[in-house]
Design a protein around this ligand. Structure first.
Ligand SMILES: Cc1cc2nc3c(=O)[nH]c(=O)nc-3n(C[C@H](O)[C@H](O)[C@H](O)COP(=O)(O)OP(=O)(O)OC[C@H]3O[C@@H](n4cnc5c(N)ncnc54)[C@H](O)[C@@H]3O)c2cc1C
Length: 478
């Protein structure tokens, strides 16, 4: 006999746990199923984001940034430290503690919201039934008026560079190296490759990133990408563009192993020899085994669940959200979809505005944007004005020893409405939300320019960039 629920969610990542909690807040009886286990072999809720994604990567970025600053920034403040060393074990243990705190936090939130967790693998059957193979070997059958699929994503594996968990790894392995690799190769100069490459570079690894595309960070504003690339190179990150990898072979070297990576660029075929290889070429929807025969739920060519703009699959009472559906693979996109679907189920007007989803890359300098890039506006034939302002002219940034980067505001040439904000520099992961807010409220560059910003703060760069849209920035020649 199936257990009856109002809502069953498969997947307790950012998308799934938001959906489950919001549905419970709205008075529904909710179950949430998750198959993941933590490093200790026990069930761990929170998905990729909390276990092996956003949070652990930021923990290591922060640890490694402290170490880097100690060696590269403290000197100019007159602070000297002798014999600075990094204890990788302690750094990883700190990261693991943070992960445990947050995955445990989701279990507590489920309890507080009276959500029934099921620990095991869930499969949707026809008729809104979900079968769960639980970790204890038992099977459960759940039935609900609404089922939300939030299965997330897994790393893409290259056929010629299979993950071995030791020398060729994905994000999971690169978040857990026992020591700083002497030479780290990274395939893919996307967000994950740049962030994890930065972590190990700051700790002393020689890092070489191979990117098949000829352009660096093609999705970002071209000027932002150019500035970021210049800064990464200054830090010693070796980024080779137009480098197509065709093979990776693990070979013995004395007692150790190394990876021989074959790639071709404009100059011909080359080999890169590294101690560890991180493959960060993207992620694919984790839909394998999720759907039994006859559910009617469709997958597209990439294995993503097909949904409409409301995350509905077209099958009565079946929804899908987060990384397993179209749109950016970002935790906060999943958060919003989870909330929206729970509200739609409750008869409320839930929605997600894809135009104002912020993007952030947590490198040094940070990169962030919202809305359209100049390239996109040009391609779409939208008339626009641009105003930018450098952090080098912002007192707070210079006082912090972080003058790199700038803010750029793009506004419609006729209406002045803000169409995009692009930032590279210190703390821009927080600053980008001024752009998000302005765009959500359909504000103009003039609105931003007339809002009083505290002095001295980094946010003054946004104020001056907004003023620069109409060539009236105070702190630079227009
Ligand atoms: C290294 C790294 C860093 C990242 N950093 C950021 C960042 O800074 N900011 C950001 O916004 N995004 C970041 N991301 C992306 C972010 O982690 C994902 O977009 C987000 O986790 C997707 O949420 P989700 O709920 O859709 O899926 P997931 O987080 O993948 O969760 C899905 C869950 O469902 C479970 N599951 C899947 N199938 C089943 C099944 N059939 N039965 C039971 N359980 C199942 C999985 O075990 C998993 O726990 C990062 C990703 C990585 C890898």
């Amino acid at each position: 006999m199936a257990e009856q629920f109002d809502v069953v969610v498969i997947g307790a990542g950012p998308a799934g746990y938001h959906a489950a909690i919001r549905a419970a807040q709205l008075g529904m009886k909710v179950a949430c199923i998750d198959a993941a286990l933590g490093k200790d072999g026990k069930p761990a809720l929170g998905g990729t984001c909390l276990r092996v994604g956003c949070i652990p990567s930021k923990a290591l970025l922060d640890s490694s940034r402290q170490y880097w600053n100690l060696q590269h920034l403290f000197g100019e403040h007159g602070i000297s430290v002798k014999d600075a060393r990094i204890d990788v074990g302690a750094m990883i243990a700190r990261k693991d503690k943070i992960v445990k705190q947050f995955t445990g936090g989701i279990a507590m939130l489920f309890k507080a919201n009276k959500i029934t967790p099921y620990y095991g693998f869930g499969q949707l059957q026809p008729g809104n039934v979900v079968k769960v193979k639980q970790h204890d070997g038992s099977e459960a059958e759940l039935k609900a008026a609404n089922v939300i699929l939030a299965a997330g994503s897994d790393s893409i594996e290259l056929p010629f560079a299979k993950f071995d968990g030791e020398n060729i790894v994905d994000n999971v392995g690169a978040l857990d190296f026992a020591a700083v690799p002497k030479r780290l190769g990274v395939i893919g100069a996307g967000v994950i490759g740049l962030e994890l490459g930065s972590v190990w570079k700051r700790l002393g690894a020689e890092v070489t990133i191979l990117e098949a595309l000829p352009d660096f960070l093609a999705a970002a504003d071209a000027e932002v990408a150019k500035t970021a690339l210049k800064e990464f190179k200054k830090q010693g990150l070796e980024i080779r563009l137009g480098a197509k990898v065709s093979n990776a072979e693990v070979k013995a070297k004395g007692k150790n192993k190394e990876v021989h990576v074959t790639y071709a660029d404009a100059e011909g075929e080359k080999t890169l020899v590294v101690d560890k290889l991180l493959v960060a070429v993207g992620r694919r929807a984790a839909t394998r085994g999720l759907l039994a025969e006859g559910t009617g739920v469709k997958l597209d060519q990439r294995g993503m669940i097909e949904v409409d703009e409301h995350c509905h699959t077209g099958v009565d009472g079946v929804w899908a959200i987060g990384d397993c559906v179209r749109g950016p693979m970002l935790a906060h996109k999943g958060f919003e979809e989870g909330i929206a679907v729970a509200e739609l189920i409750a008869g409320l007007p839930g929605h997600v505005n894809f135009e104002t989803i912020p993007w952030v890359i947590y490198t040094e300098p940070e990169i962030a944007w919202v809305g359209k890039t100049e390239q996109q506006l040009k391609a779409e034939g939208v008339p626009y004005k641009a105003g930018s302002f450098p952090f080098a002219a912002i007192g707070r940034a210079v006082a912090m020893g972080e003058p790199a980067g700038f803010v750029k505001v793009l506004a419609h040439a006729e209406t002045d409405r803000v169409l995009g904000m692009h930032l590279v520099g210190v703390g821009v992961s927080e600053l980008v939300h001024e752009g998000v807010l302005t765009m959500e409220f359909k504000g103009s560059a003039d609105d931003l320019a007339r809002i009083c910003h505290a002095h001295p703060t980094l946010s003054e760069a946004i104020h001056d960039a907004a003023m620069a849209v109409d060539k009236r920035a105070i702190h630079k020649a227009n």
